[in-house]
Design a binder for this molecule. Structure first.
Ligand code: PLP
Length: 440
């Protein structure tokens, strides 16, 4: 397994993150346990901030909170000078509870409710990333009613699809998100934004996909979006002061993943936007990006305790851990690949190939199909790396498993940032109808 962030193996052969032995963390906080490496999160924030020269005011790095969001995480992001992308009333509530600077909050979502729009207007969020006509109309009405003006960025589906190893440009966009560009919807949205009261057009947004390793789809998106900005200006006179090219910057999960340095993303994007602004005779927009996994993915890991082991000779050895798809749905959901290490035997060479499975009642509850590990025994502490993004945020209570705790580690100190759910949490929202009270 690639050691990420501050991970080291100490003289006792144990894995250490943020100066804390994982075995000790498992003892102190129990397993499964999400472990977040604060220095690694901050380092990733700084890489983006510096590469995009966000301090100049000509760019902003906006952390995509959907990757991992708690009040502690909001504090870290705020202190590193990043903005925050929220996509629901719940994420917004979390940011506000943490005291996140409200003008740096960008409110996304393809189906924002009336209540969520009111909540965001009342809070005074920095930008509404408007996704569709109904939202635009409703936001206008609500802003006028409240005597406010909502600063709006229009989310566009640009006709570029990016994949890990290829990208294709599609004429016809099949996506639930945003105003479609090729069929003229995006331009029509800008016209409508111009007409409506209570709406101030600030710019355009697109997000072309996730876990992208190539630079070209971003450059391509920059061109397509700048051409749209030119068309918007021509049709309405509106200036695209902000151009948001979304997130999706690929990270290392397992062998074969080769992430680019952040400086390469920044250079590709900034250079192309500048060139297009010159070519199209447009003012240079402020460039926004929205990394999620690239900030928190490699900084998070999950520690499990190994339980039952089932060997089918000539077929496979299943090693079950005390979590699984309930705390990390990504392998079951879309075949995501991860790597593992035995935190208590971190200096031993691989001795066997095993499958790491969870404890949920689904055959698909697999975390890793093939892991090369030292001889594994029940009671070992197994750590899966790079689970920081979309692990906890997609966790469920399937099989009534409580969601794990999360700790933030730094300089040998481990702080609890999410409490483990216990059995009482699991029935907290259950309601027993009166007619069932005396049935047993
Ligand atoms: N921005 C938008 C609009 C998104 O939909 C997403 C992910 O779905 C992101 C940013 C973050 O993507 P990633 O975590 O891959 O950087």
């Amino acid at each position: 397994m690639h050691l990420q962030g501050t991970m080291v193996i100490n003289e006792r052969g144990r894995l250490v993150i943020g100066g804390c032995e994982v075995v000790q963390l498992a003892r102190d906080f129990g397993t499964p346990l999400y472990i977040f490496d604060e220095d690694c999160i901050r380092e990733n924030c700084r890489r983006f901030y510096q590469a995009f020269n966000a301090g100049s005011g000509r760019a902003e790095v906006i952390y995509a909170g959907k990757a991992f969001l708690t009040t502690a995480m909001c504090r870290i992001i705020a202190s590193e000078g990043l903005g925050l992308d929220v996509v629901s009333g719940g994420e917004l509530y979390t940011a506000l509870a943490a005291g996140f600077p409200v003008d740096r909050i960008y409110f996304h979502g393809n189906n924002k409710s009336y209540a969520e729009l009111c909540q965001a207007l009342a809070a005074g969020v920095g930008r509404f990333m408007v996704d569709n006509f109904a939202e635009l109309e409703l936001l206008s009405r609500l802003s006028v009613e409240r005597g406010q003006v909502a600063k709006v960025i229009l989310r566009v589906t640009p006709g570029i699809e990016a994949h890990t190893h290829e990208y294709i440009r599609t004429g016809q966009i099949d996506s639930k998100f945003g105003f479609t560009l090729p069929n003229g919807q995006a331009l029509a949205a800008a016209r409508r934004a111009d007409e409506l009261p209570g709406i101030e057009f600030k710019g355009l947004h697109c997000h072309i996909g996730s876990q992208i390793f190539e630079l070209e789809p971003y450059s391509e998106a920059a061109t397509v979006m700048m051409e749209l900005a030119a068309a918007v200006k021509e049709a309405t006179g509106l200036v695209t002061a902000e151009l948001d090219l979304g997130g999706g910057f690929g990270i290392y999960y397992s062998a074969g993943d080769e992430p680019r340095p952040v400086s390469a993303w920044a250079a590709a994007i900034l250079t192309r936007v500048e060139a297009e602004a010159r070519r199209l005779n447009l003012p240079q927009p402020r460039v926004l990006v929205e990394p999620g996994r690239a900030i928190v993915g490699p900084a998070g890991s999950t520690a499990y305790t190994v339980g039952s082991i089932k060997e089918i000779p000539g077929v496979r050895k299943y090693v079950a851990v005390d979590g699984g798809m309930a705390d990390n749905i990504r392998p079951a959901l879309y075949g995501a690949k991860y790597e593992a290490i035995l935190a208590n035997k971190a200096n031993l060479p691989p001795a066997e190939r095993v499958a790491i499975t969870g404890k949920c009642c689904e055959s698909g509850d697999m975390l890793i199909w093939e892991a090369e590990l030292p001889r594994i025994e029940s009671g070992d502490i197994l750590l899966i790396s790079c689970t920081g993004a979309y692990g906890y945020t997609m966790a469920s209570n399937y099989n009534r498993l409580g969601r794990p705790a999360a700790v933030l580690v730094r300089d040998g100190v481990a702080d609890l940032i999410i409490k483990r759910e216990d059995y009482s949490d699991l029935i907290r929202n259950d309601v027993l109808p009166a007619r069932l009270v005396r049935t047993c």
